[in-house]
Design a protein around this ligand. Structure first.
Ligand SMILES: O=C(O)CCC(=O)C(=O)O
Ligand SMILES: [Fe+2]
Length: 377
């Protein structure tokens, strides 16, 4: 078996069975309360060697987490019509409700056995923005830190950068309220983590700060229904093998259902079960590319054969969509491996290819590419 990630890297997978322990030995658990130098050293080790780690002392209150999972459950229990009201195909930003088996994350397998509701970064979800303002956060054009365009300022630019286009379910208003609270905490955590990543990459601590003011980010609640226990080759995966797109993912696993599996360098699936009080963080393709492969973006998938339903909540974090992703100056010892690409185009292509039919994808791709023409010099 083989798998090719969006970043173009190929990996051999030796077996479909998941093992409890092997390969990278373990997925590190990092305490964010450690002294800073020690913390940065541990994060660098995890990001360069494994691409996955747990964090504790993350600062997000447990009752905030419990509330968002409760309202997500309420949303998924609604009838089909109420969920379809906010279907992702109604939104250019490709977010909203996705029904069971409607997405092909791994094209070689059956479609994913999950339903999901997603939203994108929007200033009204951001605790650092003035809630009364209907416009987006002003962003300076600081080309020295890799930005190519002025920040999203008007509706057209917002559409271009996939920002502020959220649809919320009318039949479950609590979801919007509870997501706003949860996502606000996670944005704060993400901005803190990105500063540690800058240090781990040999950059000034504030290097990414401007690019994180209006981050290119999507959040998602996922519901994996129970499925019969059969050999992994015979069951659809909860989510097919993939690498994440953005810079990093902050994942909260609901309940105590072990189903997330991470591929180790020997091609074996290693379980990443929920650990109370922790989040799982993983590096995505964009940061692997930006760091010229100093950080690893690791393949993972979900196989829920526990007989119980499972909920999870990933938040994908990247720089604002107008940022130009070009190998960082501190990571060029072996020369730049990648060309520059605008973050928004990179994300859109990957999301659209697994969600739109071919004709629609090609039509929208032309539009997207022409909007980005001239962004990369
Ligand atoms: O549900 C999970 O644990 C992981 C979800 C995931 O990998 C994703 O949405 O990219
Ligand atoms: Fe993922």
């Amino acid at each position: 078996m083989a798998f090719t990630s969006f970043a173009g890297n190929s990996y051999a997978i030796v077996s479909d069975e998941a093992r409890e322990i092997s390969g990278f030995d373990e997925i590190p658990l990092i305490d964010l309360g450690l002294p800073r130098d020690e913390l940065v050293a541990r994060l660098r080790d995890a990001c360069t060697r494994v691409g996955f780690f747990y964090i504790k002392n993350h600062g997000v209150p447990q009752d905030t987490i419990d509330r968002v999972f409760a309202s997500a459950q309420g949303f998924f229990n609604l009838d089909e019509q109420a969920k379809q009201q906010c279907h992702f195909k109604n939104s250019k930003a490709l977010c909203g409700y996705e029904g069971i088996q409607s997405v092909y994350t791994d094209e070689t397998r059956k479609p994913d056995l999950n339903e999901a509701f997603s939203w994108r970064y929007s200033p009204d979800l951001d605790p650092t923005c003035n809630k009364d303002s209907s416009s987006s956060t002003p962003v300076d054009d600081t080309s020295s830190s890799g930005r190519g365009l002025a920040g999203p300022g008007n509706d057209d630019e917002q559409a271009l950068f996939l920002t502020g286009q959220n649809q919320w379910p009318e039949a479950k208003p609590e979801l919007r309220r509870d997501v706003t609270e949860y996502y606000g905490h996670v944005l704060t955590l993400a901005r803190r983590l990105i500063r540690y990543f800058a240090l781990a990459l040999g950059l000034p601590e504030g290097y990414f700060d401007d690019m994180m003011r209006s981050p290119g980010s999507m959040g998602k609640v996922l519901h994996y229904p129970p499925q019969p226990k059969r050999a992994p080759e015979d069951v659809p995966l909860g989510i097919g093998a993939h690498t994440d797109i953005e810079c990093c993912t902050i994942l909260c696993q609901g309940g105590n259902i072990p189903a997330l599996q991470v591929l180790n360098p020997n091609g074996e699936w290693v379980l990443a079960p929920p650990i109370p009080g922790t989040f799982v963080v993983n590096i995505g393709d964009m940061l692997a590319r930006w760091s010229n492969d100093t950080f690893r973006s690791t393949i993972h998938r979900v196989l829920n054969i526990t007989g119980q339903e499972r909920y999870s909540l990933p938040v994908f974090i990247g720089p604002s969509y107008d940022t130009i992703i070009k190998p960082l100056a501190t990571c060029l010892a072996q020369g730049a491996k990648y060309d520059a690409i605008p973050a928004g185009l990179y994300v859109w292509k990957r999301l659209a290819i697994s969600r739109l039919d071919k004709a629609e994808y090609e039509r929208q791709l032309l539009e997207m590419e022409s909007r980005y023409t001239g962004v990369v010099a």
